[in-house]
Ligand binder design. Structure first.
Ligand SMILES: [Zn+2]
Ligand SMILES: [Zn+2]
Length: 85
């Protein structure tokens, strides 16, 4: 299992990471494959009561999540942890 950074940035409403900003991914026999986004059911859009329809933050409106393509900020985060920013 690998810990992958979620694109949503830690939204409690995210069904992929539940607001923890990371989700666990187990690469299959064919490697790291994109999967349908659980937050928007693969539609790319989120509709929440009381909120305007918006691009799904979990998949950035793409409808699928590519675990091999984590946010670039991951590199920044690692750099911050290792080198103090
Ligand atoms: Zn998330
Ligand atoms: Zn989505």
């Amino acid at each position: 299992m690998s810990r992958v950074k979620c694109h949503c940035g830690g939204r409690p409403s995210c069904r992929l990471c539940g607001g923890t900003r990371y989700f666990l991914y187990e690469p299959g026999p064919r490697g790291w494959l994109p999967f349908a986004c659980p937050s928007c059911d693969g539609t790319g859009w989120r509709r929440e009561p009381g909120l305007d329809t918006e691009h799904c933050p979990t998949c950035r409106g793409e409808g699928t999540v590519d675990p091999a393509d984590p946010p670039l900020s991951l590199i920044v985060t690692i750099r911050k942890v290792l080198f103090g920013g």
